[in-house]
Ligand binder design. Structure first.
Ligand SMILES: Nc1nc2c(c(=O)[nH]1)N[C@H]1C(S)=C(S)[C@@H](COP(=O)(O)OP(=O)(O)OC[C@H]3O[C@@H](n4cnc5c(=O)[nH]c(N)nc54)[C@H](O)[C@@H]3O)O[C@H]1N2
Ligand SMILES: Nc1nc2c(c(=O)[nH]1)N[C@H]1C(S)=C(S)[C@@H](COP(=O)(O)OP(=O)(O)OC[C@H]3O[C@@H](n4cnc5c(=O)[nH]c(N)nc54)[C@H](O)[C@@H]3O)O[C@H]1N2
Ligand SMILES: [Mo]
Length: 734
């Protein structure tokens, strides 16, 4: 399938009569949650075109480069089409085809045996956001594992540090109506590669810029967003809380604060003022952040005086970059205090924006039934899969792992130890996916999953305010089954109460759409025909008059809850775990801070196997500053080895000022089979957690880099180090 071809006639009304168009939603883990239209040839049942839904008010008919090629994923030659059973050694990727009844019976048998021997907590579900659909993300699957009494997975790999940070200050996520952000005149992308990870919001930033807005990016890396901003501030990684506190210092020092907003709607302004005036003078903040004093002063002035200088309010597009550090939660907590000082929360679209997901008020518990979890069940942090599989956590050993919507062998920190755990001969692993991923290669049973074209789902978004339904467009390929169906079969095979699994997908969707609050009047029938905006006032400025869902009902600059928990009630700077300033011992051996953010051509590890996108991405690279390259005799195009005590991977050097000195960047979660030595950046990342929320600290990672030996210079990527797909994975389309 050539995704670049455009089989559709220009005029929609001249569609051949055997073609039908069906509305759906991109399921991927991205704030945009695009609407799409799939054209299906009724005669063959094949999708012939997929494009953005022009009627979608937010995503307006355009898709990112990855999802524009979604049909290449759907009809990929390597789609898993049948259940498989392992026949070779663990991890070798040798399988034979089996039937669904055989696969389900084997899983149920093994689960029963394990429960009898070690109790249900020896079973660990492992899933994340391979699909964001409400039903496929978490519904019957959760009920199934909760009812079994399996270990509970804490889904922390992405967003929980920031959630905690926001919750302390705001009682919810930093939320705005993203469409209203066009009215802002000062926009800071703070640890946010908006131009790549949130392309439709980037369009809004540009609309604002056409009307005079200034766009600023705070990032140690000159990301595509930084490169296209009016001003790039290359901060030292993990020091954002210090910068936020320094900005507060200047605002209070200059008396630029909105005293009325602070007095009416906030608690602790005076205590915060004393703290930042005393502890965060600009020189200290400059030393911590690596930003010149003059830049910090200028940023504070422009930001706090945006309305008078630029003619409109300010917005901080706060994303995930600041969270993936030892002090990530505190950074978000500190940054989300700023709009209270400036009073920007008063204006629609202004303030700070992390995620709109909490605006929906879907009843997730009706889907997932947390009440079924037996009291005292152990919780395992998904970031620490290595520790869990290697028996380093409290409680019974993990004897069975059921992976779906996730690819931990590629995306989890401390990759070598994750893979050592997955390679345990005594671990029973099931993987449900569309492809034989790095993780699936270690499975005992592989189950084929449907793509978003092949199942129904309901979607919220974390980047806009529309409810959407995904209508299935084509029949499942081969014997692929949706997540809900797999867990219905398993629940039945294990004799679980029928009421837990009997709900069909439409019934589950109706449970979500309960009709209260922002969902009032929103029916399934309506969302099936197109996106429906939540019932929120327009314009919407949730904190214009306070009304923060915190214990005090105010913005908590000072947190009584934190004080009661024995922690500092005021925001402060928490350095990274692996910071050269606070860990000179470690930095003596590993002086460079490695950031490994997503690649524009991939979605985490998804799409790495789509040939056109992988070709676009080129090969694994390491961006390094000329100063750091020179002292190591590294030139652009050299293969380099990036290493620390946890492991190593190889990438091609790109020398240039796209990073600040002391920082190196390697983009993308490359699959084993496409990466030299089969390893990516996660061979070096650690399972240490963020200060609060148990979040991952992918970007808190000291490494050293050396030019690869001559022999290693010759081996390029694409050397097939990984597995080859086994029997039954060939699609009839190929
Ligand atoms: N194309 C594409 N889009 C995606 C994804 C993808 O894989 N590909 N993934 C999706 C997912 S799951 C997520 S969570 C989001 C992530 O969305 P973003 O948060 O926008 O993405 P990142 O690139 O992880 O981080 C943003 C920037 O933070 C910078 N950064 C790293 N450390 C620091 C720091 O200490 N301080 C500051 N100020 N900046 C820092 C990084 O260099 C990076 O440029 O994107 C979603 N969208
Ligand atoms: N070094 C480093 N590592 C990172 C990051 C980073 O920035 N740097 N980012 C982190 C972040 S932000 C995140 S969110 C995680 C993401 O980690 P994951 O959530 O594991 O995301 P993906 O790698 O995209 O893997 C999702 C898998 O789900 C499968 N899938 C898709 N739809 C379905 C379905 O309907 N059913 C089933 N059963 N499977 C399906 C896909 O084929 C894919 O293999 O990675 C993290 N890892
Ligand atoms: Mo994420």
């Amino acid at each position: 399938m050539d995704g670049t071809k455009n089989p559709l006639p220009q005029e929609q009304n001249s569609l051949p009569e055997e073609w039908v168009q069906i509305k759906g939603v991109c399921p991927h883990d991205c704030p945009d949650t695009c609407g799409w239209v799939v054209t299906v040839d009724r005669r063959t049942g094949r999708a012939v075109d997929l494009r953005g839904d022009p009627d979608h008010p937010f995503t307006r008919g355009f898709l990112c480069q990855k999802v524009a090629r979604y049909l290449e994923r759907v009809y990929h030659r390597d789609r898993l089409l049948y259940p498989l059973e392992r026949v070779g050694p663990k991890g070798a990727g040798q399988f034979r085809r089996i039937s669904w009844p055989e696969a389900i019976a084997q899983i149920a048998d093994r689960f029963r045996t394990i429960i009898a021997q070690d109790g249900p907590q020896a079973i660990l579900p492992y899933s994340y956001a391979g699909t964001m659909g409400k039903l496929m993300y978490g519904s019957i699957d959760r009920r199934f594992f909760h009812r079994l009494g399996a270990s509970v997975l804490a889904r922390t790999i992405c967003s929980t540090a920031g959630e905690e940070g926001c919750n302390i200050t705001l009682g919810t996520r930093a939320m705005i109506d993203p469409e209203a952000a066009v009215h802002c005149r000062y926009i800071i992308n703070w640890g946010s590669n908006t131009a790549v990870t949130n392309v439709h919001f980037w369009r809004i930033e540009h609309e604002a810029r056409r009307q005079g807005a200034r766009i600023v990016t705070i990032d140690p890396y000159r990301s595509p967003t930084a490169a296209r901003s009016d001003w790039w501030l290359p901060i030292r990684p993990g020091t954002d809380a210090a910068l936020a506190l320094g900005l507060m210092h200047i605002i209070f020092r200059e008396n630029w604060q909105d005293a009325d907003y602070l007095q009416r709607y906030c608690v602790g302004a005076e205590a915060l003022r004393e703290r930042v005036l005393r502890d965060y003078p600009v020189e200290r903040v400059s030393h911590i952040t690596g930003l010149p004093v003059a830049n910090i002063e200028q940023l504070a002035r422009e930001y706090a005086c945006a309305r008078s200088v630029f003619g409109g309010p300010a917005l901080i597009r706060l994303n995930y970059g600041v969270q993936r550090h030892g002090g990530g939660a505190m950074a978000v907590r500190a940054i989300t205090c700023l709009p209270a000082l400036t009073g920007d929360w008063r204006y629609p679209g202004a303030g700070a924006f992390l995620s709109t997901s909490k605006a929906y008020g879907f009843d997730d518990t009706a889907l997932t039934r947390p009440d079924l979890i037996p009291p005292g069940t152990r919780v395992i942090n998904m970031v620490q899969l290595a520790e869990a599989l290697l028996g380093e956590l409290e409680g019974p050993p993990i004897r069975a792992l059921f992976v779906y919507n996730a690819n931990p062998a590629t995306v989890c920190p401390d990759q070598n130890r994750v893979r050592a755990g997955l390679a345990r001969e005594d671990l029973f692993t099931v993987v449900h996916d569309l492809f034989l991923t790095d993780t699936a290669a270690y499975a005992d049973i592989v189950l084929p999953a449907t793509s978003q074209l092949e199942h129904f789902d309901l979607h919220s978004s974390y980047g806009h305010l529309y409810v959407q339904a995904n209508n299935p467009a084509i029949a499942p390929l081969g014997e692929a089954k949706p997540n809900t169906e797999v867990f219905r079969l398993l629940a039945q095979a294990m004799g679980l109460e029928e009421q837990l699994w009997a709900d069909d997908d439409e019934t589950l969707a109706a449970l979500c759409l309960h009709g209260r609050g922002p969902l009032e009047g929103i029916t399934l029938a309506a969302v099936r025909s197109g996106p429906v905006r939540l019932n929120l006032p327009r314009p919407w400025a949730p904190f214009a008059e306070g009304k923060f869902p915190t214990p005090s009902g105010k913005c908590e600059l000072y947190s009584e809850r934190e004080a009661r928990a024995g922690r500092d009630p005021l925001p402060h700077y928490v350095p990274p775990h692996e910071d050269p300033q606070t860990r000179p011992d470690l930095a003596a051996r590993y002086p460079l801070q490695l950031l490994s953010p997503p690649a524009p051509s991939f979605l985490n590890s998804t799409f790495v196997n789509v040939d056109s996108l992988r070709q676009q991405a080129g090969e694994p690279t390491l961006e390094i500053h000329p100063q750091d390259a020179e002292s190591r005799q590294i030139r652009t195009g050299d293969w380099v080895v990036i290493f620390n005590d946890r492991g190593r991977f190889r990438a091609k050097a790109k020398v240039g000022p796209t990073v600040r000195p002391g920082v190196v960047v390697s983009l993308g979660n490359w699959w084993k089979r496409y990466a030299p030595d089969g390893a990516n950046s996660n061979a070096t990342t650690s399972t240490a957690l963020s200060d609060l929320g148990g979040g991952a600290t992918f970007f808190d990672n000291l490494v050293e880099v050396r030019r690869a030996e001559e022999a290693e210079q010759r081996v390029g990527p694409g050397a097939k180090q990984g597995v080859s797909p086994g029997v039954g994975s060939r699609s009839p389309e190929s």
